[in-house]
Ligand binder design. Structure first.
Ligand code: PEP
Ligand code: MN
Length: 295
């Protein structure tokens, strides 16, 4: 542990790893049904950027479940940079997500854009997503404190890790300790990727906080050919899972098609992750042995 981190993060007492917790080999586990995020398994959440139709979502749900995903992603409310871009299907999208859960057994993660949406979205979602543009939306974070669902908190694209943990602390202090952090890339001077995946964020967050941490390689890369490499990096660096965009016809997607994987590309990515997940398992076992030996 970098000693300067202690003072920096300890005031976020609900989400920071306290001195008492530093000897533990594992942090908090967020449970959704029989899925454990932050436990031994590497949990993959996959699906389209946006719910576009029942056919699109159900086919994607079946394909990602077959390839090993445990959680279905898909936005019914889309925060878009342009007011002219597809804004999502709203309640109709939530209904389609519910059908996909019934059909496949996958849990659902979907975004709530504002505090007014929280109650409704929580009726349909197993995990409430906070997007990069909303990380500092105080009233949304506060409302999520009493939503009764775990929260997937994405890092603001210009937010420091301290600011990310500050937002997590707001959710926790509002009554909800079930929080998963997500590194999704930050703005830098680099233009060859959509954002810059801050891979160091994973070990930093795992060191200073007890919360599970996942990586979104899709929004970081912005192009599908880079997604598998960033996913492998996430596995090796100790992430607890991934959030990946997949579409039946990426070239026809209403949003983020360029970074979405086809079904075949997603299956290949999952297959190619195996040796890297073995490295992750070995590292976890070693940490466990060292922690037991050290007490
Ligand atoms: C998303 O994952 O649906 C999304 C909009 O991502 P971000 O908020 O990271 O841009
Ligand atoms: Mn997207």
């Amino acid at each position: 542990m970098n000693p300067s981190w202690n003072g920096q993060f300890s005031r976020f007492d609900l989400v920071a790893r306290s001195a008492a917790k530093t000897s533990e080999s594992y942090g908090s586990v967020v449970r959704v049904g029989d899925i454990e995020i932050g436990g031994d398994d590497f949990i993959v959440m996959a699906g389209p950027c946006a719910v576009e139709s029942e056919d699109q979502l159900l086919r994607t749900a079946e394909a990602v479940a077959r390839a090993g995903a445990r959680i279905l992603r898909g936005g019914a409310y889309k925060p878009r940079s342009s007011p002219y871009a597809f804004q999502g299907l709203g309640v109709e999208g939530l209904e389609i997500l519910r059908k996909a859960r019934q059909a496949t057994g996958l849990a659902i993660v979907t975004e709530a854009l504002s505090e007014e949406d929280v109650e409704l979205v929580a009726e349909y979602a197993d995990i409430m997503q906070v997007g990069t543009r909303s990380m500092e939306n105080y009233s949304l974070l506060e409302a999520l404190g009493s939503c009764g669902r775990p929260v997937l908190l994405k890092r603001g694209m210009t937010a420091t890790l301290e600011e990310l943990l500050c937002s997590a602390q707001i959710v926790a202090a509002s009554g909800n300790p079930e929080i998963i952090l997500c590194e999704r890339g930050i703005r830098t001077f680099e233009t060859s990727t959509r954002y810059t995946l801050d891979i160091a964020a994973v070990p930093v967050l795992k060191t200073v906080s007890h919360l599970p941490v996942i990586v979104d390689p899709s929004h970081a890369a912005g192009v599908r050919c880079l997604v598998p490499a960033l996913a492998r990096a996430a596995a090796v660096v100790g992430a607890d899972g991934l959030l990946v965009e997949v579409h039946p016809h990426p070239e026809q997607a209403l949003s983020d098609g360029e970074q979405s994987l086809s079904f075949g590309e997603f299956r290949d990515m999952m297959d190619e992750l195996d040796p890297y997940l073995a490295v992750r398992r070995g590292a976890r076992q070693l940490r466990q042995v060292l922690a037991v030996g050290g007490t």
